[in-house]
Design a protein around this ligand. Structure first.
Ligand code: FES
Ligand code: FES
Length: 173
């Protein structure tokens, strides 16, 4: 069986994986990263979005073997570790940008990638950036507001301390 060495939320894992194992199932079932949900398994909903070397990917569309020597960040790796929420997590909470919460991890990870590309997006750009992520509950209005609010906070963070300043090119150190 193929072996992978992958960094997930700061910890390095070495595992044998079935060639057909999807990254989302590796994360959830092997590593216990159940904060990343499976909504559709057909790359439609975006619920399973994580960052791979800083770029958002739908982890149901990536094989675990493709994560070899890559760095993965899930929603569980976003907070400061001392219980402090990431600005996007806080903004989603404060702007009531979730109801059932099923889409929220993927929505936040996709938004993080969007804000790295464009730290000051318009509402239209936020909607366009998140178009691969579906929400059945909120009507999107509060999600857009939350992303705009977090963007402002992240822009105001001192240089070098920008929350969510994850490496563009990762790889396993
Ligand atoms: S579970 Fe991956 S896109 Fe829906
Ligand atoms: S909050 Fe329920 S699907 Fe988005």
């Amino acid at each position: 069986m193929p072996r992978v060495r992958v960094k997930v939320d700061g910890a390095t894992y070495r595992d044998e994986v079935e060639p057909r194992l999807l990254l989302v199932h590796y994360l959830r079932e092997r590593l216990g990263k159940v904060g990343t949900p499976v909504g559709c398994d057909t790359t439609n909903c975006g619920a399973c979005t994580v960052l791979m070397d800083g770029l958002s990917v739908k982890s149901c569309s990536v094989l675990a073997v493709q994560a070899d020597e890559r760095e993965i960040t899930t929603i569980e790796g976003l907070g400061a570790g001392n219980g402090e929420l990431h600005p996007l997590q806080r903004a989603f909470h404060e702007e009531h940008a979730l109801q059932c919460g099923f889409c929220t991890p993927g929505m936040i990870m996709a938004a993080l990638d969007l804000l790295r590309e464009n730290p000051d997006p318009s509402d239209a750009q936020i909607r366009e950036g998140l178009e691969g992520n579906l929400c059945r509950c909120t009507g999107y209005q509060n999600i857009v507001r939350a992303v705009r609010r977090a963007a402002g906070e992240m822009r105001r963070a001192p240089a070098g301390e920008a929350p969510g300043a994850l490496p563009r090119k990762g790889g396993v150190a």
